[in-house]
Unconditional design. Sequence first.
Length: 58
Amino acid sequence: MLSTIRRILLLLVLAFFLYAVITNPDQAAEIGRAGWDLIRAGWHSLGEHVDQLRAALG
């Protein structure tokens, strides 16, 4: 039962993303770039934090 609901919700989300990309590909690309920049900035900040911890402990 729960897996069926999960599968239906996943299909609805995928259909929405496909619709968004087809109707406005420029905006979809910009959202993708912004998401990637956010992930990259997060990893960079995490790396700086680990480096600072290492410097403080060693």
